[in-house]
Write a protein that binds this ligand. Structure first.
Ligand SMILES: *Cc1c(COP(=O)(O)O)cnc(C)c1O
Length: 385
């Protein structure tokens, strides 16, 4: 048997289960997405505010950015020669927006999560992570030397029991609670106020909250659920990414200045990887400032989201979502793929999400809404659900 046959057999088995993943080539224009000649309404985008699709915004950015500032590579890690002014400027803006707390930038949200968690933990750390946290946090935890327990999804009572047990365990100096504010697959939310309440009752606890799906979307200035629920100053590691609503790429951390300095000394993906091109930094900052003024888009997105959630409830779908990420849970993978295909044929680009991204038998159509969509679009879609 050839060595390659082993891998071919694995692929074959994925295909049989309806779980084979493949790249598709497509073209995006505004709210539409075009695949092999068919144009569909894009209901799978992370461009929640429509900023990535906005060509005028891109033009405005290039108009105000002289060629001397359009630097396409940093050629090095920030600790060597890659620390261009664009980084420091943007960190300063972030810091200003987030109540003067320290800010640190990363090449991506994935880098951020796989880098911070191992850096801040050791054998005397226990990490308690929500059962449904994103793969990047799971990978970060696996790379760390911390002990690790997952609590039942969004179950604050379970978390409280674990905190009680480990608070008095002499083997541990610190407990890091890891969760998301809006969850990627169910679109439901962590009760951040309650989480902060729990932290106040346990002096070993630090909170790590990923706002990947909330930055830009929640809070009056779009700073995330932490702004919305007024807990910006209470979360030790407030992280998020620029790859979704912020129409760019990269990750950020809002934290105590000591933690920022500590990470600069200990975080391997920060130390050993070339920093993002300065032009990306300038663009992300441009978007970050623009985004803070988009209350109307945020309001529209919320109205749309509530409409879709309500309509799905009326149709007896189980819908855990309280956000713009709205899953329609079907169960079986093949059925889900079939339903997605049908919707695509009538002009709605909806993606099926299958194991291992979600638990077995919870395959779903993952509808992710954005501010370019109208209620009439959803009314059309609902006729077919
Ligand atoms: C998308 C996502 C990430 C990864 O961020 P990238 O910038 O795309 O690498 C991390 N955490 C969560 C919760 C995400 O949804």
């Amino acid at each position: 048997m050839q060595l390659i046959d082993h891998y071919a057999a694995q692929l074959q088995s994925l295909k049989q289960q309806g779980n084979l993943r493949q790249f598709t080539q497509f073209h995006q224009q505004g709210r539409q997405i075009e695949i092999v000649g068919r144009s569909m309404l894009n209901l799978a985008s992370n461009d929640y505010l429509g900023l990535a699709a906005d060509e005028k915004l891109r033009e405005a950015f290039f108009d105000q950015t002289p060629t001397s500032e359009r630097v396409m590579s940093s050629s090095s890690s920030r600790l060597l020669t890659g620390n261009f002014a664009a980084y420091e400027h943007f960190e300063y803006s972030l810091s200003q927006a987030f109540h003067g707390r320290a800010a640190l930038l990363f090449n991506s949200g994935y880098h951020m999560n796989i880098g911070i968690l191992p850096a801040i933990s050791d054998g005397r750390t226990i990490i308690l992570a929500d059962k449904l946290v994103h793969a990047s946090m799971i990978d970060g935890i696996r790379l760390s030397s911390a002990k690790y327990i997952r609590f039942r999804h969004n179950d604050m009572l379970h978390l409280q029991q674990l905190l009680k047990r480990y608070q008095d365990d002499g083997n541990f100096d610190r407990i890091i609670v890891v969760t998301e504010s809006i969850f990627s697959m169910d679109g439901d939310e962590t009760d951040l106020s309650q989480l902060v309440q729990l932290k106040r009752q346990h002096n070993k606890v630090m909170l790590y909250v990923d706002e990947a799906h909330a930055i830009g979307v929640r809070g009056a200035k779009g700073l995330g659920c932490a702004e919305q629920y007024q807990v910006i100053d209470d979360i030790d590691f407030l992280v998020g990414t620029f790859g979704k609503a912020l129409a760019s790429v990269g990750g950020y951390l809002i934290c105590h200045p000591v933690l920022r300095d500590y990470l600069i000394n200990h975080m391997r993906p920060l130390i050993f990887s070339t920093a993002q091109p300065p032009i990306c930094m300038a663009w992300t900052q441009f978007i970050f400032e623009h985004m803070q003024q988009l209350q109307q888009s945020r309001q529209h997105l919320q109205v749309l989201s509530q409409f879709l959630q309500q309509q799905l409830h009326n149709k007896d779908y189980f819908c855990p979502s309280t956000s713009h990420i709205v899953p329609v849970i079907i169960g079986d993978s093949k059925d889900t793929v079939e339903r997605a295909k049908q919707l695509q044929q009538i002009g709605f680009y909806v993606m099926p999400v299958r194991p291992p991204t979600v638990p077995q038998q919870s395959s779903r159509l993952r509808i992710s809404l954005n501010a370019m969509i109208y209620q009439q679009d959803l009314e059309q879609l609902l006729k077919y659900l």
